[in-house]
Design a protein around this ligand. Structure first.
Ligand SMILES: O=C(O)CCC(=O)C(=O)O
Ligand SMILES: [Fe+2]
Length: 343
């Protein structure tokens, strides 16, 4: 049994105790100010203007939204439709894919396509998150597509196209960021971008959204994230000690900087903390594409970012970072402390 929250929550009106977050972490009211000033960047304008806007956004917020990005609206809609269909399939179909069984977490530990509920280590969690998650690698596509869900029958075709286009968009963003940072052409080559993970979050309607979270406060462990949040609100970013809601703009993508890009930029760019809240009336599904370095890539501040100042982070292998990230449960401050060079 996968114990998916989307399955059992259909028949409950009460939030179980092990989903109730401590007072200082729970959202209370999920109505926070919708952040009108999270930059909205139009990719059809001049390149020099775009580079400047993206750099400012990455420094100030670590987050921005993009429009006129070149990914077709139909493809975004079709992908959202097919991933929702996946979560609406009967349990037996979905469970064939479940790689982490909370009652036996060693059952299918090596499957690359994973479906699970809450976090990746359910058995050791004190408090669970109100979400189910389907995730699989997607680059290079030929290497992974056979491990993806076979149903819905058009899942592989549509999600395959989406992964390719969103990867291209991510690399385009990285190229603009590279230019803004004054790094050499080719800086974000295969070593830094050779991994891509698609993660689909499904947050069912929740009986008490003020007490729980779909995803707790974290910064992303990767290089750069491109997220499609459909039309249902739920993403909040932490800025200047307060939570700000990110307005859902259908067909726009939300882009954010992960820990690796913060470190490569020697702290110039922000890997901002964020979380997902739930709501009491609508299911929410989001499609997240993470661009990752290869596992053995050494990550360190890029030389031109150091200049006359000292590096603020020590070098490490990406795969070792992921272990620390899991150990520290995504707590950005605790993770940064491990890699930060104290002045
Ligand atoms: O679903 C969302 O709005 C946020 C997802 C997210 O932060 C993540 O998957 O890392
Ligand atoms: Fe995230």
């Amino acid at each position: 049994m996968a114990n998916l929250v989307s399955t059992w929550s259909k028949t409950t009106q009460i939030l179980p105790e092990n989903y109730i977050f401590p007072v200082d972490e729970r959202p209370g009211s999920v109505e926070v100010p919708l952040c009108q000033n999270i930059p909205l960047i139009d990719l059809s304008q001049s390149q020099s203007q775009t580079v400047q806007e993206i750099l400012d956004a990455c420094q100030e917020f670590g987050f921005f939204q993009v429009i006129n990005h070149g990914v077709s609206e139909d493809l975004i809609d079709d992908t959202m439709k097919v991933v929702k269909e996946f979560f609406n399939m009967p349990d037996e179909e979905k469970e064939k894919l479940c790689s982490i069984d909370p009652t036996n977490s060693r059952k299918f530990p090596t499957k690359s396509c994973k479906l699970y509920t809450s976090g990746s280590n359910y058995a050791n969690e004190e408090i669970h998150f109100w979400r189910d998650n389907l995730r699989h690698p997607c680059y290079p596509l030929d290497e992974w597509v056979h491990s993806w869900p076979e149903k819905p029958t058009n899942y592989r075709e549509i999600v395959g196209k989406y992964s390719i286009e969103v990867r291209e968009l991510s690399l385009r963003m990285l190229e603009l960021i590279r230019e803004g940072l004054g790094l050499k052409p080719g800086n974000f080559g295969e070593e830094l971008t050779g991994g891509q993970l698609l993660s689909i979050n499904h947050y069912p309607r929740c009986p008490d959204p003020g007490l729980t979270l779909g995803l707790p406060k974290h910064a992303d462990p990767n290089l750069i994230t491109v997220l499609s949040q459909g039309s249902v609100y739920g993403l909040q970013i932490f800025k200047d000690d307060q939570w700000l809601g990110v307005e859902p703009l259908p067909h726009a993508f939300v882009v954010n900087i992960g820990h690796q890009l913060q470190i490569i930029s020697n702290g110039k760019l922000r890997s901002a903390e964020h979380r997902a809240v739930t709501n009491s009336t609508k299911d929410r599904t989001t499609i997240v594409s993470f661009i990752n370095p290869c596992q053995d890539t050494i990550i360190e501040p890029a030389k031109p970012m150091i200049g006359n100042i000292v590096p603020r982070f020590r070098p490490f292998k990406f795969k070792d970072f992921l272990k620390i990230y899991a150990e520290k449960k995504g707590d950005a401050e605790a993770i940064t402390k491990v890699y930060k060079i104290q002045p």
